[in-house]
Design a protein around this ligand. Sequence first.
Ligand code: RUQ
Ligand code: CUA
Length: 664
Amino acid sequence: MKNYKQIAVAVFAFSLLLGFSACKPKNAGSAVSSDAASKAYVAPGKYDEFYNFVSGGFSGQMSAYGIPSGRLLRVIPVFSVDPEKGYGYSEETKPMLNTSHGFVPWDDLHHVQMSKTNGDYDGRWAFGNANNTPRVARIDLKTFRTAEIIELPNSGGNHSSPFITENTEYVVAGTRFSVPPDDKNGDIPINSYKQNFKGTLSFISVAKEDGKMDIAFQIQCPGVNFDLSRAGKGVSHGWFFFSCYNTEQANTLLEVNASQKDKDFIMAVNWKKAEEYLKAGKGRKQSVRYASNRYSDITHSATSEIKTEVTVLDAKDLKDICYFFPCPKSPHGCDVSPTGEYIVGSGKLAALIPVFSFDKLQKAIAAKDYIGEFDGIPILKYESVLYGEVKKPGLGPLHTEFDNNGNAYTSMFVSSEVVKWNIKDLKVVDRVPTYYSVGHLTVAHGDTKSPKGKYLVAYNKITKDRYLPTGPELSQSAQLYDISGDKMQLILDFPTIGEPHYAQIISADLIKNNSQKFFKMEENKHPYFSNGEATTKVVREGNKVHIYMTAIRSHLTPDNIEGIRMGDEVYFHVTNLEQDWDVPHGFAVKGAANAELLIMPGETQTLKWYPTKVGIYPMYCTDFCSALHQEMTGYIRVSPAGSNVPLLFSTGKNYPVSDTAKAK
Ligand code: RUQ
Ligand code: CUA
């Protein structure tokens, strides 16, 4: 029973974390003062100053809001199929969700990261992680669409991901679950964790011009859980910091067994050094399988390729890449100040917030100020790396972001508050309640070298009594605070899609002027593109029928099709002929078992359809596109297998009845 006391403490602390006694602030309903409404008010027809990209958690999507209004602008489908956009249903987008496990139609997206140039957002791409089947996605902010998804081998639970270096050199992903490497026999006892399980960090390169991602290298690390991370910046550019928990290396009942130690670690990774080793050929080629999926705005189609090799650097052998330093207690967030000098570790179970110094870290490494090793990785002395501790910040610190006046803002899950403290003297200067149990928070440009301050949004895990009830599941809440003054002020609550984890707030100016208005017809290289109504046709190849169709206000061409037979596999390749902003057409046919299409101007999209009965099937445009939208319809005739009804298609004319014959 030697650990009884530790276990009791850990269980108590975790029961707090689980929300049994999460504090509900007093005056929850009346904390918004009367001038708040005007601060969040964006007049009808006026634009918001910022975009807020918010993860959807278990919905697998990302959503874009306007700040300060809290208006939901768009849900961007990323790791889950989305009937609103046909994503994952149209033949063109299905390959985006391919993995080495086959087609995976949903996942769990936790973290959003904007691409950066010189340590600040550049408005080109947003990245997101799939937590379950480990992947990283890149969203093109011209189109607000997922442009690429790359799978990560040697990983399980891709949580400390995707975090980005100051010029988007790398997107980094640390595995949450350590697992046996993919090329080893994984059919081993689970309790051989300590011998056989490894933690892997993936460094994904991002091509400067077009953003294409590739796994540049992986670093194999000791088997622990990697939770979150941040790239160094400014003085610490060239380094990465990862919070690690379960340094107990437990494989069961982690809530107790991974909470034994007073301190876990933050791991500092010298990625410039890792690059040198890679160049010097110190990496080991490992055979693996992972999918690389890319969407083209020219072919309007995605391709999926299975890749079979990664280069792995071993942190144990290549001594000066990785260093641990202790961090109390089960650290979650690991955040880096705007100058890059301070690293803030947030121990979920700690009663203080340790702030580490990059300068001291460098000196401690040079002096080999080690207190030991963990699985071959040196552990630096806590005091040698520590800048100082924020005392009595609150309970359950999770995540920290920064403003432009030298302040840090930390979310406190257990005490349900945001705590503002000064980076230099580590004194708490303000605190404000959240409703309730805040997880992530974000400040405008709050993880960059030049934060904008102004607004902070808290993303809460519990919302009881904030909104009209909606059955057993209540919508999650985001709360907007004005942080421009000395005192933080709550100015707005707004519901979110799915469960929000991390989010970022970016100046609208960086995105709005580049927004793509439509796709140019002359650039369309889709293999089943029709460049006008004159080139529409219906082609039979055995039991496959390809319908080259066009849509324009307010008709489909062809809109009468006969000669389809039972047993046919029918492909509607619909090109939207419009060349103007905001004129999508939709497409649906009765009995379609996958979904509908939504086709943007100049784009071609394909719906695959198996007719299930002989008869007449209506089809129509599903997007209200003009006053005559209800007229944008057509019919398809399906005859029995082996029928001799000729293949006929038309718009605006009728064939003589004799041509269309009767079914045999
Ligand atoms: S997590 S509530 Cu998945 Cu980013 Cu911290
Ligand atoms: Cu096209 Cu309605």
